[in-house]
Design a protein around this ligand. Structure first.
Ligand code: NAI
Ligand code: ENO
Length: 366
């Protein structure tokens, strides 16, 4: 097998997680570069990369394949820099940006014939960013979308797929418009609505300070993503501006419709509306392929006893299984309740279930 040198630019959450996956391949060398010297040191010290370089040019001169894992404006400026570079052989360049049109437009404007651009988008993330949050299993079970540029062919895409096979993602090729519309609908727009719901609750805070305590359960579920990285999401909304504007218009129209149903007491119509939403939502893939991987949840029955939470987490932590989220459900004085533990992988979920059951806990999945 031919040896491949891969250059990862931007070693944050996504670039670091990609580098960790590429490290598993003995037929490749992973070199890295980051604008932040501390990040680069961390990547070397923790064997996330094999080798570091001091500039983009240096890395490109050594590489067969380049992964650009930086914010969009920086990714575009690196693509532009490729125009002037003297390349000895074909260079496959891919990126990870959440919105594809601006990146693909920049890539299409290149006249350097040695560059083959394949847009990429791993559909998985975390509310944390930076190299310390990088994980090899971040992309497991998630879709990894490819948007080939005009000079790219199937062979280039399959080379990337092979290289990224340890991510255990599902690779799908889509075109740029479909990409930005679909991710707009299922990823970008919901973040905007989640933030709007939080603002709505906040605006009631002065009138009803107790609302803060009541904001549990459903409200927390639907607004979880409002806690994501504001700078990154702000960039995404503006880059996918056309889709966002169109979805906002549809949304305003939809809200007007709902308002009129409620005003005119259309019980049956509203019931049908809720029923149809439930049917579509219940039919969405949960534990297998999903646009964005769901967490793998376990429900542990506990009694309202002091120490139950720490005992459960201790049992799981002893086996170094990491819990990504914990929620206490329905605990009121003297009444049994449940803990919802969320894990990143199905393997961790099963392992924790077995451990807790063997310690006498009643554990359910779903
Ligand atoms: N965080 C998420 O959930 C997802 C993010 N993405 C996309 O991935 C890209 C990166 O996002 P994250 O990894 O989350 O961000 P991050 O903030 O964790 O990492 C970005 C890295 O780029 C580095 N960087 C910034 N300017 C640089 C420069 N001029 N040269 C070299 N390195 C530079 C930063 O130091 C940082 O280490 C963004 O385009 C984002 O849209 C895609 C899928 C999911
Ligand atoms: O959209 C979400 O809800 C996420 O939390 C994960 C995510 C964030 C950004 C992307 O470009 C793709 C996936």
């Amino acid at each position: 097998m031919e040896h491949t040198t891969i250059f990862v630019v931007g070693l944050g959450l996504i670039g670091g997680s990609i580098a960790l996956n590429l490290q598993n391949n003995k037929h490749s060398t992973v070199i890295g570069f980051d604008g932040n010297a501390k990040t680069l040191d961390y990547a070397m010290q923790n064997q996330i990369i094999d080798q570091q370089v001091t500039s983009f040019e240096e890395g490109v001169s050594l590489a067969d394949i380049v992964f650009l894992a930086t914010p969009t404006s920086i990714t575009r400026s690196y693509i532009q820099q490729l125009e002037q570079m003297k390349l000895k052989k074909e260079l496959i360049v891919t990126d990870v940006c959440s919105v594809k049109k601006p990146v693909m437009e920049t890539a299409e404007s290149l006249t350097n014939q040695k560059v083959v651009f394949v847009g990429g988008h791993p559909m998985a993330g975390s509310h944390k960013n930076g190299i310390e949050a990088a994980k090899a299993h971040l992309f497991e079970n998630a879709y990894y979308l490819f948007i080939p540029g005009t000079h790219a062919c199937e062979e280039h895409v399959s080379k990337l797929e092979k290289l990224l096979s340890s991510t255990r993602s599902y690779f799908v090729t889509v075109d740029v418009e479909a990409h930005d519309q679909m991710t707009g609908v299922i990823s970008h727009f919901p973040h905007l609505i989640a933030s709007a719901l939080v603002h709505q609750a906040r605006s009631w805070h002065d009138t009803h300070p107790f609302l803060h305590e009541l904001a549990a359960g459903g409200f927390r579920d639907i607004t979880r993503i409002a806690s994501s990285h504001p700078k990154m999401w702000n960039d995404i909304f503006f880059q996918n501006r056309e889709t966002m504007i169109s979805l906002l218009s549809d949304w305003i129209h939809e809200m007007d419709h709902l308002k009129s149903l409620v005003e005119t007491l259309e019980h049956d119509e509203l019931h049908t509306y809720l029923e149809q939403a439930k049917q579509y939502r219940d039919g969405l893939p949960v534990k297998q392929k999903g646009a964005i991987p769901s967490f793998y949840d376990l429900y542990v029955d506990i009694h309202d006893q002091p120490g139950a939470l720490s005992e459960v987490t201790h049992i799981v932590a002893q086996e170094t299984i990491s819990i990504v989220n914990i929620q206490i459900l329905e605990i009121r004085e003297g009444i049994s309740g449940a803990l919802r533990l969320s894990f990143q992988t199905a393997k961790d979920q099963k392992h924790a279930q077995m451990l807790l059951q063997s310690n006498g806990y009643e554990v359910t999945i779903e």
